[in-house]
Design a protein around this ligand. Structure first.
Ligand code: CAA
Length: 388
């Protein structure tokens, strides 16, 4: 029996800010963003959207298909936590109408935790192959204005049903891990934006890739040449290009630049126009590969590099299943992305500065999201989520 990703769906806000507009305001060359970091647009959450509503939007089409009783566990990965105690997934559990016997927990380790959730889900499915595990990863990437990180913001959520004999990608059991206590990117509880040592974070990312790959090579019989495409954690798409060049060099693989590029380019299309979605980003990259790559990927092995600052990294692999293309949500995703609305600089600042009330008073939120669920109010320190 194989175990892995049976179905995958993602969601991002209906509003985006174009990095050309940011470059204009900053009097910077837009090519710095479009080429230098490889990003074009960044998703901006509406005031009545957060990690809960985005996750429910991503997951609802999957639950509509399998029914709420098929899911034994909901694992919610995020680094945009809304509560120090209650798991955000409990709200999602209600919004999706999941069975009361379904367990729910939230996982955190920067952008890595969705991969921990995926591996735990595979183990749970191996124990009880009749049920599925729902993994959701949902984040809003926020940095201070007028910092180098500002251009690498974004928002998005991904939902994956993990099951036995999966229809999309089986996941191999061998993994390579690397953990080191470093301060490259972090967000203390009292801050709404992340702190980051940008250049250092890119160096640690590459070091972790080398270490996780070496650990993977000790665990797995696979060699570099067995892997056809590579999905990397995507803080910005140029990071994946640098990482892949690094991996090719480590393996002394004789490849032309176009061949190196072809192994990752199809994974980048969605993230270039959504921006960083932290925990969700590598899996939105997988959606991009499965849904936009012109080649038939059936039978191909994919390498995955998951990185969470602080830091924990993991390299693992999986195989695309025959017939995968019949089980994708490509049309819905492409419609959602093409119908988004561009924000002016002032509108972007309004969304960026939207207050996160902490006073325990009554706060009704305007209905702005075009998603299926919204945060309608915050009242007496309680968040009220409703379907639209
Ligand atoms: N045309 C083309 N390219 C240009 C250009 C122009 N006019 N102007 C500049 N560039 C290029 C630069 O040469 C540079 O390319 P190289 O890296 O290949 O040298 C690139 O654009 C970026 O320019 P800078 O070096 O000036 O970088 P910056 O100071 O603007 O900051 C950054 C870049 C450090 C990534 C910053 O965006 C940042 O801090 N981002 C947040 C942190 C981050 O994403 N880190 C990634 C690793 S950590 C992680 O992965 C976890 C996570 O999700 C956060």
């Amino acid at each position: 029996m194989s175990v892995g990703i049976d179905e995958i769906s993602f969601y991002t806000s209906s509003y985006y800010f174009d990095l050309r507009t940011l470059a204009e305001v900053q009097n910077t060359d837009p090519e710095k963003y479009y080429v230098g970091i490889g990003q074009e647009k960044m998703g901006m959450a509406a005031p009545d959207e957060d990690v809960v509503t985005m996750a429910a939007n991503a997951a609802s089409p999957l639950i509509e298909r399998v029914g709420p009783d098929a899911v034994s566990t909901l694992l919610f990965a995020t680094e945009t936590g809304i509560d120090q105690s209650k798991a955000a997934g409990v709200y999602v559990h209600r919004l999706l109408g999941l069975n009361a016997n379904c367990r729910v927990v939230e996982l955190k380790q920067a952008c890595y935790s969705a991969t921990a959730a995926l591996q735990m889900a595979c183990a749970l499915v191996a124990r009880d192959p009749r049920r599925k595990v729902l993994v959701v990863a949902s984040d809003i990437a926020r940095y201070d204005l007028n910092t180098p990180g500002e251009a690498t913001q974004g928002c998005g959520a991904v939902a994956m049903l993990i099951g036995a004999n999966p229809r999309l990608v089986s996941i191999d059991p061998e993994v390579g891990n690397y953990t080191e206590d470093v301060m490259d990117f972090w967000r203390p509880n009292y801050r709404s934006t992340a702190l980051v040592d940008g250049k250092y974070s890119t160096k640690i990312y590459l070091k972790s890739l080398k270490k996780a790959w070496e650990s993977f090579r000790e665990a797995s019989p696979l060699v570099f040449e067995d892997l056809r495409h590579f999905c990397y954690h995507l803080p910005f798409s140029r990071m994946a290009q640098k990482a892949h060049q690094h991996l090719v060099k480590l393996n002394k693989a004789a490849m032309a630049p176009e061949q190196i590029e072809a192994q990752i380019e199809p994974t980048l299309s969605y993230n270039r126009i959504i921006g960083n979605s932290y925990t969700a980003s590598m899996y939105i990259g997988l959606c991009s590969l499965l849904e936009t790559c012109r080649e038939n990927l059936a039978g191909q092995r994919i390498g995955f590099f998951s990185y969470g600052s602080g830091c924990v990294a993991e390299f693992f692999s999986g195989t695309v299943q025959a017939g995968y293309e019949q089980h994708l949500h490509a049309d819905r995703h492409s419609k959602m992305l093409s119908e988004r609305e561009a924000l002016s600089y002032d509108e972007y600042l309004n969304l960026y500065r939207h207050p996160d009330p902490r006073d325990g008073g009554e706060h009704e939120l305007p209905h702005i999201t075009r998603g299926r669920f919204r945060l309608a109010a915050i009242s007496h320190h309680k968040r009220e989520y409703i379907p639209c």
